[in-house]
Structures are given as structure tokens and as C-alpha cells.
Write a protein of this length. Structure first.
Length: 81
């Protein structure tokens, strides 16, 4: 399991980068924020693992399934459909 940096470390790292292509760097940063993790749904008899986004949630407090709309757009922008 990967460890996520806190927001301050992440933003400092982004600011210290000198990208050749700022748009590409922004899309890669979006991808890094919207990574996939497995989450246990319905613990008990009907439990299953589902892929969810580390950067998203829903208005009702649930996880957003991965790939989320934001990740899909970033992938598309980088030609990684």
C-alpha cells in the first residue's frame, strides 16, 4: 500500500517542479491525487472489494468509484484512455 503525502508536502513538491509542459504536469498531478485503492464494501456475508478514488468522495459521504470523472479526463488529456 502506498503512503500519500500530506497536502502541504504535495503542493510544495508541485511548486518545485520545473515542467517542460505545464499542462502535462498539471494532468499528471491530477492523476497522482486521484489514485486507485481497494475498499471493502458491505462487510459481512456480502462483502466485496471495490476500486475507489483516493481524491474523491460523494456528497453523501460515500466513496467515488474509480476511475472517477476527474481521473478519466486527466487520462484522456494525456492520451491514456
Amino acid at each position: 500500500m502506498s503512503t500519500m503525502p500530506d497536502n502541504a508536502e504535495f503542493m510544495e513538491d508541485l511548486l518545485n517542479r520545473q515542467p517542460a509542459d505545464p499542462l502535462r504536469a498539471a494532468l499528471v498531478a491530477i492523476q497522482e491525487l486521484h489514485e486507485c485503492v481497494e475498499a471493502l464494501m458491505n462487510p459481512g456475508r456480502h462483502e466485496r472489494l471495490v476500486k475507489v478514488c483516493t481524491g474523491c468522495g460523494t456528497d453523501d459521504g460515500n466513496w467515488q468509484r474509480w476511475p472517477c470523472p476527474t481521473r478519466k479526463l486527466a487520462d484522456e488529456g494525456l492520451g491514456e484512455e
